[in-house]
Design a protein around this ligand. Sequence first.
Ligand code: TRP
Length: 366
Amino acid sequence: MSDATQEYGGGTFDEAVRRSQALRADFLKNPARYRVLTGDRPTGPLHIGHYFGSLRNRVELQQLGIDTFIVIADYQVLTDRDSVDSIPDNVRELVLDYLSVGLDPSSGHTHIFCHSHVPALNQLLIPFLTLVGMGELDRNPTVKEEIDAAGLTTVNAAMYTYPVHQAADILFCKGNVVPVGRDQLPHLELTRKIARRFNQHFCADDRPVFPEPEALLSNAPKILGLDGSQKMSKSRNNAVVLRATADETAALVKKAKTDTDRHITYDPAKRPEVANLLLLASLCTGDAPEAIAQRIGDGGSGALKKVVTDALNDTLAPIRTRRTQLAAHATDVIRDTLRPGIATANRVADATLAEVRDAMKMGYGL
Ligand code: TRP
């Protein structure tokens, strides 16, 4: 099966792209119809791949007045590693990254919380697990890839069941839109099935408890690491993290791989490393990568790297300034962000769990 015809809930990937465009158009007209759930594992600092691929969109949703719940998926960290030692620092960095790019709980639209602090959310996992077959868990392509990528010799049960946990992350707040990358589509499909099955098994036709959430695919082009050959990731040392200094950014770009042709052109197929750098500059400035290439002309990779470094540092400067200010009183900032986010998440989760119990005839008139 080719990628484009890969089935997602009876639809194709192309249909998911079209549907995402339609959703974006409707956000402008009917923001109150939507509740977005999105999140990250606290496994390391966020980098410019996250910024252009998802953080920028989250800020836009906030500006449109769309309610967004952002889950810091701390339990999920334990699916592929044993140690919890790095979690507190990573949560701290994640919150600072979120706030410095402009996500703002005081807008009233953005709620940032850790799922370890929302008991009723986690409790949804138990009924949800009864709605999923072992075979379905075993066939999940993204889980298989993650097991391979992490080189795990033994796999814990939470690794197989985390897509169900993710359904609880989404459905506890009745999220109906989930911004995702392509690799997360199988998970979202499972969430849709769980919502549908729950409603069919336990609810009257006219009183479904859960919406079937839709994927919102990013329309940003995929950027690679500065080595130009692999996905950007901190562990591959090919990422510009948001908190890096201007000098660190310059040094990383300087080391970036290019080729020997001094005439700069935008040719992703033949010159992937050069194209990736042009794309980065383009994402920062809004100019087309072809136009940037033309301006550099015969300047070679030195001139290209100067353009990219300046573009990145200009774009990141206000984010870094805000980050430094916030980091100066980080303990207070983290607490003042997570406390209200967790309180809101608990209120919403408790209400949903009460509905779930009632639907499952476990309310007992209490
Ligand atoms: N699995 C996601 C990731 O690794 C993080 C995540 C946890 C998530 N729960 C979620 C994403 C719910 C979207 C919806 O990035």
